[in-house]
Write a protein that binds this ligand. Structure first.
Ligand SMILES: Nc1ncnc2c1ncn2[C@@H]1O[C@H](COP(=O)(O)OP(=O)(O)OP(=O)(O)O)[C@@H](O)[C@H]1O
Ligand SMILES: [Mg+2]
Length: 301
């Protein structure tokens, strides 16, 4: 984490594009905002756009804006985020989801610092810093021909890796207490403390949803528990369960037997098959196939 902060401070004052990579909920947007706040464009706007929620056509018009009549629903001209972020910072979130057509236009816009609105002829010049974030390895998307290599190299001139929460467990107690304090202050509730056992349990848990999951867990604890001293049994069920959650696999175990046990215990620990698939790092369909093959049943079905 210290490495990340150092890199952040080094990267902030420059113009170059930054690529922020990290699992979901690790704080990529927070890092992007910090880069903006510490940079020379701090007084300018910070604009974020999520590339995953829009079709390529819509994304293009959100990015570059459009002129009247550019497409059927374009009844008036509209500036895009490239224009509204002028003088500031533009965050392209989940950039890996951007379609290839849009990628080509984005690359050109970044390199020339100018572009045209959709359906427009006028060249618009902008001065902004582009930050891209993604929660997958962008190199894989390049290898799969879903992401342009030239854009990839353009984006990752500077790159920051945000570590998952499970690899910086020392941060968990401080963050947990901070989130409890924030929630209780906002909700005008008495302050909460965690017992050493509850703290140890939070540290032991793997936090697949990272800081966001920790924050949500502390919010739920603060609001659902009347006690001011939070113990293990007050923690959300999936967080609490991990104590008994270790899987014992003696040397000499068949691989399929071990796999069956790991899947069984994961299904018992996590609230849904979907969540279990994510934790196991396999697709939902694959998990369903394995559940059938191993004769396991999701206890909720
Ligand atoms: N170090 C931190 N201190 C305090 N809060 C944090 C920290 N890191 C993340 N958070 C909080 O966790 C939540 C998730 O952070 P953020 O939205 O930046 O994650 P993300 O990496 O962009 O996730 P996603 O890939 O799902 O978009 C936010 O509520 C954010 O405020
Ligand atoms: Mg985000």
């Amino acid at each position: 984490m210290q490495e990340l902060f150092d890199a952040l401070k080094r990267a902030a004052p420059h113009e170059s594009t930054v690529l922020i990579t990290g699992e979901s909920g690790t704080g990529k947007e927070l890092i992007a905002r910090a880069l903006h706040a510490l940079g020379s464009r701090a007084s300018g706007p910070f604009v974020a756009i999520n590339c995953a929620t829009l079709s390529d056509q819509l994304l293009e018009s959100e990015l570059f804006g459009h002129e009247r009549g550019a497409f059927t629903s374009a009844d008036r001209p509209k500036p895009g985020v490239m224009e509204s972020a002028d003088g500031g910072t533009l965050l392209l979130d989940e950039v890996n989801e951007m379609g290839l057509g849009c990628q080509a236009k984005l690359l050109r816009a970044i390199e020339r610092r100018e572009f045209r609105r959709v359906g427009g002829t006028r060249k618009i010049k902008v001065n902004l810093r582009v930050i891209a974030a993604c929660n997958v390895n962008l190199e894989d998307a390049v290898a799969a021909h879903r992401f342009r290599p030239d854009l990839y190299y353009r984006l990752k001139v500077l790159s920051l890796e945000v570590p998952p929460l499970r690899s910086r467990k020392e941060a968990i107690p401080v963050l947990a207490q901070r989130f409890l304090d924030e929630v209780t202050a906002t909700a005008h509730l008495p302050a909460r403390r965690l017992t050493p056992e509850a703290l140890a349990q939070l540290v032991r848990y793997e936090w697949p949803g990272n800081v966001r999951e920790l924050r949500n867990a502390m919010e739920s604890v603060a609001l659902m528990t009347a006690r001011t001293l939070i113990d293990v049994e007050d923690l959300p069920p999936n967080v609490r369960k991990v104590a008994e959650g270790a899987v014992q696999v003696p040397v000499g175990t068949r691989l399929d037997t071990a796999e069956r046990e790991i899947i069984k215990r994961t299904l018992e620990t996590y609230p849904s098959v979907k969540e279990s698939a994510r934790v196991l790092g396999i697709g939902l369909r694959t998990l369903h196939t394995k559940i059938r093959a191993y004769g396991l049943r999701d206890r909720r079905s």
